[in-house]
Design a protein around this ligand. Sequence first.
Ligand code: FES
Length: 680
Amino acid sequence: MENKNNPLVIFTPSGKRGEFPVGTPILTAARQLGVDLDSVCGGRGICSRCQITPSFGEFSKHGVTVQNNAISDWNSVEERYKSKRGMIDGRRLGCQATVQGDIVIDVPPESQVHKQVVRKRAEARDILINPTTRLFYVEVEQPDMHKPSGDLERLIEALDKEWNLSSLEADFSILKKIQTALRKGEWKVTCAIHSDTNSNKSNIVEIWPGYYEGSIYGMAVDLGSTTIAAHLCDLQTGEVVASSGSMNPQIRFGEDLMSRVSYSMMNSKGDEEMTSSVRAGMNELFSEVAQEANISTNLIMDAVFVCNPVMHHLFLGIDPFELGQAPFALATSNAINTKSSNLGLSQMHSASNVYLLPCIAGHVGADAAAVALSESPNTSEDLVLIVDVGTNAEILLGNKDKVLACSSPTGPAFEGAQISSGQRAAPGAIEHVEIDPTTKDPRFKVIGSDYWSDEIGFEDSIKSSGITGICGSGIIEMVAEMRMAGIVDGPGLIGSPEQTATSRCFQDGRTFSYLVYDGSASNGPKITITNRDIREIQMAKAALYSGARLLMDKFEVDNVDRIVLAGAFGAHISPKHAMALGMIPDCKLKNVSSAGNAAGTGARIALLNHSARSDIEKIVTEIHKIETAIEPRFQEHFVNASAIPNSVEKFPILETHVNLPLINFNMGNSKEGTRRRRRN
Ligand code: FES
């Protein structure tokens, strides 16, 4: 019952309020009201996680006036903490300061248990920090001959009593360390505890004597067919402390997924070879990232992986044979929660858990689920098409009523592979291009320089990198610009010098190529676009477009409201050029945005917030999967989408922004061909 004589305590920003007897610690009041105020040391004045800011004066909004003596005096514990570690002026330790009168208390973001990590893009949701593995400081009763019990039993009892951690178990490795830790810490220890929300079980993963000052970490991994990207996150702040990427070492068994499936079919133990190669690559990457962050790999206590179904199976050590043939059955589509040791992950804590997001279907994997988690099409008011561009494109289309998903085998062309002058995005690679429609001369920008190639300063800016090739986003712009400048026709043929009126087009075997840059005078490369390169891009973009178009058919729409380009280089793709190429459907350019590596972000969300894991496990059951391989219209869409931009579909919005000349170089001489085509 409320006692009217008790002071009123109001917390901001939550607005939670209640009356508490004089002398109640602010941390106790916060806990009783369910205010999100952190504590690792359980109110012992050691961890400083409970910092709060009391406010004084008139608060008409809350109907209180706070006197200067509404909170207890600064005490010696706070003084000791401030002199040793420092504390912002005006801050107090919530476990030390007590209520003396009506008071307004602000909980700063860094003192909240469930902090938000702010994502940079305006439309992206912030990530709530609520990790599976957290630190707990506890004081344990000393052994007593009259009440015989083991050290572990007393530790578990103390953790339950103080932190309400029931169903607690300890990893076997803890038994070896517990006695030394308890005695060295004078019966005070810090434990890292992993909690599994589904089973309601908690497990002690690590133990330190006394109060452990450091942090613990988790790894969010996007395991792609071509590249692996890993982000090391601080599990307490949510911050990404180091990131790194590497090529998937399985590439030597085949560039695309199907060639890896056939490698496992053709070679006995082929799947095992690929499993050990990807696990070895993962261990190398983990150790590299930990080194970059200057932490021991033993502090990596959680990891989340997202990958396509074939990578998923090979990483788990499951033969992907069934994924190579209809009905593309997965060994399991459920999320996987297992020990790191089961996956041969030696470069993280040996008792840590790892989590793989659920797969959506045999061809639509955990990476697509991660994109759905990051971009939330299932809550979108308007119809959004999300395209995760990679060797295998994941495509999602939907809104709050329904979400459809498919994947499409685009191949590695968008990553610069199988393109004569293609290369990975690195300094020296051409990433932006413009071609003058009159002179047909290109100007370009390379990674590492802010200048266009025809600007003063360009030569100096590329001295160390040189001009080395064209990266994936550069290829998209290049082919689209060639089409817009009349160097390539709709079916995808490069014209002759006569047809295009430029000597940059030259005979190259039975077809023509276009010269972008000739560095031979200075021993540099000659960068050209061959007709074969154009074909590779046509195949890749047609696969991507037809997947999207198929989902639009199923949704019974001809237009989408918004397009989100995701993927490792999704952020670098120019929407105008992607549309001119016919890679994505016609849409208002301002409604095409980039999400960066959305699959990686989805992995990070699942790493930092364990309730996001149950969210995505539920969401995937509601996503309708479309298997492109067995859809009769896929082939028809693919053929139409092989033209640039498309032989059937119209792009009226795009045409208000760019000029796409009506030319066909395969009809005798260019002028004739052009005239005939125009009359049509
Ligand atoms: Fe740890 Fe206050 S709760 S210092």
